[in-house]
Design a protein. Structure first.
Length: 662
């Protein structure tokens, strides 16, 4: 490896800080102008030109088509101003290769999506429009440059499936493709990262970046690495364990999930630290909280998931603190211990925020319902939950490196993305990532029937109505997909249906491969599938025989999500590619969305409204849900900006950690 090659291999750049004040306002205005410039007509022109050029490649034998593709590869690698001029012809050649190697011939709208990705935009493409194939077209164009291109998706199953599915296409086009999954050892990871295009999840890419940063701690500055390599050729080799060859390009699938929904929690590399005294103190604090009563000894802030002791509670704690280990008897330490124990009791419940498997607490992603093994909560919260569940309390961890997903993806020189729901967050995509959003039209018009929400006074009334609605649609022979926000609620619906003698498929916190199979079959006649709202993203639901004539798939949401994008993503599973279908939400005024995000006075007034004979509420409740959802979205955006600015602050203040560690 030459010095220049090593320099490129380990070169990482710093992310720009978020603009503030007047600069932020100007940046927002620039984003609005940029979004207007990303006109669909421009993309349509490129797609139409590629379609006209198709005849040039249609009759070529494979070896001649490959020769033309390699010519395009050399041209794109050289770069230059005329790359865009050759884009339609290159897309036409790749389109023909895709048809021959995979049997899939990209639609014009998929060519539009690929052109948008090539320009570094975020393409909003409806569910079922073939985003996976679209990403492969753009990845080939970027892979031709021989600079590292990462295709980021949501789980290991999709990573391996997509890389293997489109592997023949990549190889036919002269592009080396690899994939990285959680189980891979470092040497295998390095081999796959050395490919032109690498599929991986966001968690794996960020974790590998942080681990590489730790390995390169002594050689963080790229100029120093280069000089050391030139002056001491035998001693400047990359340290063992470094797997990536730098960050250059990224195509992010399900971009709203990766870049927004998962952006609040930073990824942390940590090491276990033995602390028997803390483990004992956590168990004792959990016992102390059993004698404390809500309202009298402590107050709950539902919106922010916080607990504060009252004066009476503090006196009780002072009286009982003698049973704590000596170090933890001090006022501040004992208060923090008990506060975390109360937070664990009031806001963290099995089946919602976590599950217990093999005697261990496994965090569940509240957006997807999927388990996140080997992840822990910070500041003693994980230990507090373990003590509450009466299982072995683990040792705390020391943070070695941390980085938010927002900051990491802003390190790429070039980035693009795809999702079915981006327009609601177009401003945030521009402010945080400089990604202009463009909406790609569907290949066929959407004919989904969206029914008005049914709103109930109590959760019990809602769940009863959900079961009755599922049975009604099921008797018509139509498939039903029931979306829930938690594992607990999915099991609740399944249990009630079971009591009525109806079989259903339950998808919650399951294996990704099994998840894809279950979701793919959700369109079969009479099939009832219960899943967390985001489960199965990346997998199409195709209708079984006779289902389209019977009305198509019916999607039933059992709660409104804090983000309207997630609701739209769930509803978008019905009526894909012009198929018939319908969607509806069943909600109640006892749902978390209202209790946490509706102003207290409005929520109190809402609870006083009389319900109808079947427990339903009227128009005022619909307005309340809209207010709560907007409040939740604003709070979430504010939190994401706070996380990103915290990273910037740590970067400036803890200079010894280096910019690579955020």
């Amino acid at each position: 490896m030459t010095p220049s090659q090593e320099y490129r291999r380990v070169q990482f750049r710093s992310a720009e800080e978020l603009p503030r004040g007047i600069d932020a306002a100007v940046n927002w205005a620039l984003g609005a102008v940029q979004r207007r410039r990303t006109r669909r007509s421009e993309l349509s022109t490129v797609a139409q030109a590629a379609d006209r050029a198709a005849s040039t490649f249609h009759d070529l034998p494979d070896h001649q088509l490959q020769e033309r593709l390699l010519e395009f590869r050399a041209h794109f690698r050289r770069g230059g101003r005329d790359v865009d001029a050759r884009l339609p012809e290159a897309l036409a050649a790749v389109r023909e290769a895709a048809h021959r190697q995979t049997g899939l011939r990209p639609f014009l709208v998929q060519l539009m999506g690929a052109a948008a990705l090539h320009r570094g935009w975020l393409a909003e493409m409806a569910t079922g429009e073939g985003k996976t194939l679209t990403a492969s077209l753009a990845a080939i164009l970027w892979g031709w440059t021989r600079r590292p291109c990462h295709v980021v998706t949501v789980n290991d199953y999709l990573v391996q499936r997509d890389a293997e599915w489109f592997g023949p296409l990549y190889r036919f086009c002269g592009v080396r493709v690899g994939h990285v999954t959680a189980a891979m050892p470092p040497e295998e990871r390095r081999r796959h990262y050395d490919c032109d295009v690498t599929y991986a999840t966001s968690k794996e890419v960020v974790a590998d970046f942080l681990r590489d940063s730790l390995h390169l701690a002594a050689l963080r500055d790229p100029t120093r690495r280069l000089i050391r390599r030139m002056l001491r050729p035998g001693s400047a080799q990359l340290p063992d364990g470094v797997v990536m060859r730098g960050l250059h390009s990224a195509i992010v699938d399900e971009a709203d999930s990766v870049l927004i929904d998962e952006a609040v929690t930073p990824l942390i590399i940590s090491s276990m630290r033995k602390n028997d005294a803390l483990r004992e103190a956590v168990r004792t604090a959990s016992e102390i909280t059993e004698g404390l009563e809500s309202g009298a000894d402590y107050e709950i802030n539902v919106r922010y998931r916080e607990v504060d002791l009252t004066e009476q509670g503090r006196r009780k704690l002072a009286d009982r603190c003698s049973i704590l280990p000596g170090l933890w008897r001090g006022p501040l330490r004992r208060f923090e211990l008990v506060r975390q124990a109360l937070v664990a009791r009031e806001f963290y419940h099995p089946g919602r925020q976590y599950i217990v498997q093999d005697g261990k607490v496994v965090i569940v992603d509240e957006f997807t319902g999927r388990p996140m093994p080997n992840r822990t909560w910070r500041a003693g919260l994980h230990q507090a939950v373990e003590a509450k569940e009466s299982i072995e309390v683990t040792d705390p961890t020391d943070t070695l490196a941390r980085l938010s997903f927002q900051r990491f993806f802003r390190l790429y020189h070039r980035m693009a993305g795809m999702t079915g729901t981006a327009s609601e967050a177009a401003g945030e995509f521009w402010q945080i990532y400089r990604l202009p959003v463009v909406t790609i039209p569907p290949n066929r018009p959407c004919v989904r029937r969206q029914d008005a929400d049914r709103i109930f006074a109590t959760e019990e009334a809602k769940w009863t109505a959900v079961v009755e609605e599922v049975l009604r649609v099921h008797q018509q022979g139509r498939p039903v997909l029931v979306g829930t926000r938690s594992v607990l609620n999915s099991e609740r619906v399944a249990e009630r249906l079971g009591q009525r003698g109806v079989h259903c498929q339950v998808l919650n916190a399951a294996r990704h491969a099994e998840e894809a199979v279950i979701v793919a079959c959700a369109g079969e006649p009479g099939r009832i599938t219960i899943a967390t709202n985001m489960a199965g993203r990346g997998t199409d639901i195709k209708l079984g025989q006779g289902v389209a004539a019977n009305g198509g798939l019916h999607v039933l949401a059992t709660e409104r999500h804090e983000s309207g994008r997630v609701d739209r993503q769930l509803f978008g599973r019905a009526a894909r590619q012009g198929d018939p279908g319908s969607a509806q939400a069943f909600v109640s005024r006892e749902d978390d969305l209202l209790r946490r995000h509706l102003p207290k006075r409005l929520y109190t007034a809402l609870c006083r409204l009389p319900a109808g004979p079947i427990g339903e509420l009227g128009a005022a409740s619909r307005v309340a849900f809209g207010i709560a959802q907007r409040n939740a979205q604003r709070a979430a955006f504010k939190m994401r900006k706070t996380v990103l600015r915290t990273d910037d602050w740590l970067d400036e203040s803890l200079s010894f950690a280096g910019s690579d560690l955020g």
